[in-house]
Design a protein around this ligand. Sequence first.
Ligand code: GAR
Length: 219
Amino acid sequence: MSTPARKRVAVLVSGGGSNMAALIAAAADPAFPAEIVRVICNRPDAGALAKAAAAGVETVIIDHRSYSDRETFDAAVDAALVAAETDIVCLAGFMRLLTPGFVEKWRDRMINIHPSLLPSFKGLHTHARALEADVTLHGCTVHFVRAEMDMGPIIVQAAVPVIDGDTAETLAARVLAAEHRIYPQALAAVASGRAVVDGERVVHTGGGEPPAAFVWPPA
Ligand code: GAR
């Protein structure tokens, strides 16, 4: 029996690119159901660019400051995705809001990682806000992207306990380690067709381990 073709994935980044690096590392395994074909970055000075290049992944810079509005910027990103024959888009610390038309075009083919247990703490400064709210469990979420910010059917979540004495920085570091674990899991589930959207919920089907919610670090 022939192996199904690996899905072609483009990763959109704005910053350091540690989640992007985790996806590239996972996809280095030929058994992983996706390959990272292109990294698209909206900031010419982002650390992600050198990391992607070092891993041999093609990079494209689309500087949002060169575009007069969100529609023309998104059209340029869309063209770069289409040119790379992209099947799945992964947002990995991509800090631009996307227009509803762009999101609709990539509906159920675009996923995002967010550093909180959604629907809690959408938006920025999630770790400081979690500490301020005095929650005992924080975490991260990979979800399909919808036009509303940090909304959409949830694929995988990891819960991260808040520890006495945590600062936003120590909590962020612990959550980031969990992000690096769940993003490849979620991408594998989507790329292999094991995680599909059905009525705005994700249904996990087929063989293999379903990517369950888990607590990080493991006991
Ligand atoms: C990650 O924590 C990611 O979840 C977050 O930005 C960081 C990027 O780090 N994304 C968002 O806040 C999006 N709403 P990285 O560049 O090292 O992957």
